[in-house]
Structure formats: C-alpha cells, structure tokens
Design a protein around this ligand. Structure first.
Ligand code: NAP
Length: 340
C-alpha cells in the first residue's frame, strides 16, 4: 500500500458489528473511507450503503472485494467460521486486515494464518479484541503493573448478557463470549494459561434446551493465578462486565460505566446498560482509529494473530472441558519473535 492520507477500506459482513464499524469509520473516526462492502446477503450490504449514505461498491464475493485495486485494507466482520478464508486471502493480497474476533474457529486455521503472515515477513493482521483499548481495563493493568495491589493472586470476573436467541448454544458461551476474557485477562496479567475447567451450576429457567446457562470457567496461569469467570447470557437484567483482581495487599476492580444517580420513588438507583455496543463504544472507537492510524503509518501495533491464536487454543480447552467436566491442559508453543 502506498502512503496516503485516507485509507480506503472494504468491509466483508454488514451485520451488527460490520454496520457499526461502517458507522464509526464514516461518522466518528478520521483518516478512512469505506469504498467497498460485501455480504453473503447483498441486500444487507446495500442497506448499509444507504443507511450511512456512503459511496461504496457492493460486492457479491468477499474475495473479489479483497482483490479490488481501490481497496487498501480489509475489515472482516462476517460470521466467525468465514474469517480464516478472508484473512488468508487478504494476506495473500499483501493487504492489512482487521478481523473481528475470533481470528478463526479452529487452532489449525489460526496456525495457517500465523504461518502465512510470518512468511510474508510483515504483520498484516489485527484481531478485533477491543477490551485492551478500554480505559477501565487500561487503568486496571497500570495498577497491577505499578504494584499497587502487590502480586496478583486471583481474578473474579463475570460476563453477563440480558438474553440470547435460540441459535446461541452451549459452546458459544466460550467461543463467542468468554473469548473476550480469554484475551483481555492474559493481557492484564501478562501471563499465559495452563489449564481450564468449566462447571455448570443449576441452569436458569430462561435458557433453552441447547444452552447450559450460566457457566463458571476456572483458569490457571503459569504463575499460579486462579481465575473464575461467570458467563451468564440470560441474566435478564442487563449487559454487565465485571472484573476484580485480588492481590497481596489490595483489590482493583473495573469501574462501572458512567450513569447518573437517581433519587425517585423512594429509591436511590443507577441504570445498567443493556446493549453491548454501548458498553465498549469508546474502546471500539479507539481500537478502529488505532488500526486506521497504524495502517497509514505502515506498522500494526494492536492485538495480533498470535493473540487470536492463543485465545482460540484456550477456548478449545474450555469447550473440551464442557464435554469432559475435567481440568483440561492448555499448552502453547513459544511466541515467535515476529509477534513479540
Ligand atoms: P451478524 O449480525 O450475524 O453479521 C454477520 C454478517 O456476515 C451477516 O450479515 C451475514 O449475512 C454475513 N455473512 C455470513 N457469512 C458470510 C460470508 N461468507 N461472506 C460475507 N458475509 C457473510 O453477526 P455480528 O454480531 O455482526 O458478528 C460478526 C462477527 O463479529 C462475529 O465473528 C462476532 O463474533 C464478531 N463480533 C465481535 C464483537 C466484539 O465485541 N468485538 C461484537 C459483536 C460481534 P447473513 O446474516 O445474511 O447470513
């Protein structure tokens, strides 16, 4: 890609997050223009073009979009199962690619991406893990790194959604939902996982036959930190992300999203968000702006395909434990210097 002031982006997948990224690139961020959109259902793509009033060509094939000469970089926001083929195609075309999580749905596909990227000799892939861009998580990480709570010993976290549809099934609690914690907690602690176990408490009556909800995931890191994450995707009351790190001399917790305190009807209350897009809206903006700026500068610095690979390895151990009920080992090769 030649050095330019405006990055021409092609977006594959114009569903919930794809449309939201088109909106932010068009209305909120600077330095980028959406010039191409594609979706397996081209009506979706046309709808995105008209909703955001953008001058973008609609492609029936994601691969043709990637090859298009006027597309500098690619954003992959289609279903998880389709990510690997598009990321590999973008690497082959020598184009930067922002791939929403997960990088790929199998370890083998992640390995193939890592190998292809290293073979081309330059980082081309950024994975859409936005939590490291969130102000609250950044403050947590700084507090831990500064030694404010002493050595970290335990983490208690929760990922709760108000409700999910009938097509959300048991393993999605890991591969779609927990995957965010799998990425952000190792970044927070600067540590890797060695094992995982999934425990099923009594199920809520608000779930359906193919989804065990809630779930508790227990992780152990190399340094011996123990982590418990509650994933509860039909909690009814809102979208709620919690994270508390317990250290030798203190505890540091993720701040609650800003909300006015209300005194009314003999109650003192604050609102809880219900829409995941709102909870991390600033983080998504910073994340995608960082991708745009990094592409324009010719050097990616955000979450890499190695981060995507590690999250998928850990997720696979969790899914295995959902089936076996046992503690499952997580073993990783050394991180190649290319990704350090
Ligand atoms: P979604 O609303 O279902 O949108 C996905 C879109 O991709 C749909 O329009 C779908 O078309 C289209 N699509 C499916 N297969 C395709 C293919 N082979 N080529 C081109 N387009 C294809 O899903 P979403 O919630 O936006 O999620 C998309 C991805 O982003 C997922 O991997 C998800 O995990 C990730 N995500 C990340 C975050 C985050 O916080 N970072 C949040 C949400 C989602 P049809 O519906 O017509 O089949």
């Amino acid at each position: 890609m030649t050095k330019k002031n405006v990055l021409r982006i092609g977006v594959i997948g114009t569903g919930a997050i794809g449309s939201d990224h088109i909106r932010r690139c068009t209305q909120t961020l600077s330095g980028a223009q959406i010039v191409a959109v594609g979706d397996v259902n081209s009506d979706n793509a046309r709808k995105a073009v008209s909703s955001y009033n953008i001058n973008a060509k609609v492609y029936d094939s994601g691969h043709d979009l990637i090859k298009a000469e006027d597309v500098d970089v690619v954003m992959v926001t289609s279903w998880g199962q389709t990510h690997a083929e598009y990321v590999l195609s973008a690497i082959k075309a020598g184009k930067y690619v922002f791939c929403e999580k997960p990088l790929a749905t199998t370890i083998k596909d992640c390995q193939e991406i890592i190998e292809a990227e290293q073979a081309c000799g330059k980082r081309l892939v950024q994975v859409g893990f936005m939590r490291p861009y969130d102000k609250g998580y950044r403050e947590l990480r700084n507090a831990i790194a500064n030694g404010d709570i002493g050595m970290p010993l335990m983490v208690h976290a929760a990922h709760r959604n108000q409700s999910v549809g009938e097509n959300y099934v048991t393993n999605m609690a890991i591969v779609d939902t927990l995957i965010h914690e799998l990425d952000v907690l190792r970044w927070l602690l600067e540590d890797d996982y060695v094992s995982a176990q999934v425990i099923f408490p009594r199920s809520t009556r608000h779930t359906h036959a193919k989804l065990r909800d809630p779930q508790i995931i227990l992780l152990e890191t190399k340094s011996g930190i123990r982590i418990d994450v509650e994933v509860f995707v039909n909690c009814q009351y809102g979208y709620d992300i919690q994270c508390a790190v317990v250290g030798e001399k203190g505890i540091v917790s993720l701040p609650e999203p800003a909300s006015v305190t209300m005194r009314s009807d003999a109650k003192l209350s604050k609102s809880i968000l219900t829409d995941w897009k709102e909870r991390f809206i600033d983080a998504y903006d910073i994340e995608v702006q960082d991708f745009i700026d990094s592409c324009l500068a010719g050097k990616l610095t955000g979450p890499s395909s190695w981060n995507g690979y590690v999250a998928t390895v850990a997720a696979e151990a969790c899914v295995k434990s959902q089936e076996t009920g046992k503690v499952e080992p997580i073993s990783l090769p050394n991180c190649p210097s290319f990704y350090k």
